[in-house]
Design a protein around this ligand. Sequence first.
Ligand code: FAD
Length: 291
Amino acid sequence: MRIADLIPTRKPFLSLEFFPPKERDTWPKFFEEVEKLKVLDPLFVSVTYGAGGGTQANTLDIVTRMKNGLGLEPMAHLTCVGASSEALHGFLRAITTAGIQNVLALRGDPPKNVADFSFAGQEFQHASDLVRFIRRHYPDIGIGVAGIPTVHPESASAEEDLKWLKHKVDAGGQFVVTQLFFENGLYLGYAQRLRALGVSVPIVPGIMPILSMKSAEFIAGLNGRAVFGGFFETLEAAFAKGGDAAVRELGLAHATAQVQGLLDAGVPGVHLYTLNRAEACLSIMNNISIR
Ligand code: FAD
């Protein structure tokens, strides 16, 4: 089913994001983690594409197995940066044949291995171009889009970013999944400003537990330290005292408090970035009370 049709059927809901492990010989272990998380009864599961050098074929194979082998409702992430319409047709036809009905339509980041890459002149310049393309050629596919409560780094201002998010929704985005954030106020303010602009689709907050200092540093490298607010320094202090065990404990407690706070604030659901780690996600969700 399309996720936009599923969302109104359950409040609050949980959705889970996975990334495709590059090495195929680790896939049995990966699917064991996915199976363990079925107990949380996710409304949908999503699988990233390309981040960290993964291939589109891996995303396709994993969503297919999640749907047809595990009975989950998957959403394939799809980026359009540097892509031709022919290549996008190839992927969209393949997921349709596999019975996958949902795509997270993304622009993606400029390729690191292409010097002076420019979006100008590309067939697809913005995620909204991909949204329109899917809407036009695959009207049965459900479309989610990405939102960044801490403002996309390429945006001139928060207002610009909100304006383009609305544009993406008006083009056919049926719900928004947000980038990670570590202060709920950021998400709540973001959702409020989008509502004020007339965006009425569900805005699903994305929560990532920090499980090691290396992972915190990786995220800071990708998104900038600002994404953490003051939490990065708190993590550093925990690491200095108790190493990664202390960081993991703090990261899980923080993510649990964020999820609980968001549910208490009445969000439609929470999207958990699982990092492919079932135990961590289960420990968060086992401490959540849903009223
Ligand atoms: P866009 O919506 O196109 O926005 C990019 C920038 O352009 C923003 O500054 C925006 O304000 C501006 N903009 C948008 N439209 C216009 C317009 N019409 N005119 C002028 N400016 C415009 N990346 C991956 O490679 N693989 C993944 O699987 C993946 N999954 C993600 C999942 C989530 C939930 C999120 C939040 C991000 C994910 N990303 C992924 C990262 C994403 O690809 C990057 O954030 C990328 O830099 C922007 O993608 P976008 O879809 O937000 O782009």
